[in-house]
Design a protein around this ligand. Sequence first.
Ligand SMILES: N[C@@H](CCC(=O)N[C@@H](CS)C(=O)NCC(=O)O)C(=O)O
Length: 269
Amino acid sequence: MSTTQKEQQPKLILHWLEESRAQRIVWLLEELELEYTLKLYHRSQGKAADAALLEKSQLGKSPVLEIESIDSETGQVTTKFVEESGFIISYIIDHFDYSHKLSSLSSEEKELVQFYLHFTEGTFQPFLTFVVVHAVANGMSPFFARFITSKFTQTIDTLYSLKNINLTCEKLEKDLEKNYSQNTSSSQDLFFVSNKITGADIILIFPLEVIFESNRLQDLGFDVSKYPLLAKWVSEIRSRAAYRRSYERVEREGKGQFKIGPPLHNNGA
Ligand SMILES: N[C@@H](CCC(=O)N[C@@H](CS)C(=O)NCC(=O)O)C(=O)O
C-alpha cells in the first residue's frame, strides 16, 4: 500500500463477538494488510451478545464495521456503520482492496462471488443456526427434561438441518471440483471462484468450519469423508498466513479471554 493510500484510508473499527462470524472479517482485513482497531465483546448466558453491542448495531449483532472518515479540507469527521457479513465483505473489497488482491476478477467471477455472499448467509447459514440453537437450548434445559428436549431437537436436526447441510455440501463439493478442473494456473490450492482467494472463500469459511470442526454435526451423522475437497479447502484456508494472523491478533488483544473459533467447536456449547 502506498503512503497516500494509507493516509487516505479511513479508520476501520471492527466490532467482534467471540465464537462468531466476525472472525472471517478479521481474516479479510489481514489478507488486505489493512490497519484496523478491534473492539471485542463476550457472549452472555444463552450465547446472546454483550448488550454493549446494541450501541453499535440496532439488533445487537456482530460483525459491525465502523468506518470513521475525516474530510481532508474541513477536518469534519463522519462515521458510518456497515452491517451484514456479505455486505461488509463486499464493502471492504470495493473500497479498501488497494492492491486488487481480491477484486481483479472478470464480471462473471464477480457475479459468482455475489452469489456466494447471498447464498451463504441467506440459505446455508440458517441450517446451521438451527443446530447451534438446539445445542445451546439442550445445554440450558433442566436436567430431568434434557432427554426429551434433546430427542426432539435431534429429530429436527436430522430430518431438516442435516439433510439440507448434506445437500449444500454436495453442491459446494461439486463447485470446488468444477472450479479446480477449470484452473489453468500452476496453483494447486482450492478456491470457490477463480484460482485465487475471493470474497466467496471469506464468507464460506465460517459455516464450513462449523461443519468440519464440530463434533455435534458428526454426532448427528454428518460424514466428513464424503466431502474430501471441502475438507482440503478448510485445511488450506486455516493454514494461510493471514488466517493465522487473524487468530493471533484476537488472541493477543483479548489476552486469551475470548473464545475465537466458531460455535460448537469441539465443546458442544
Ligand atoms: N446475517 C448477519 C448475522 C449476524 C449475527 O446473527 N451474528 C451473531 C454472531 S454469529 C450474533 O451477533 N449473535 C449474538 C446475538 O444474537 O445476540 C451477518 O451475516 O452479519
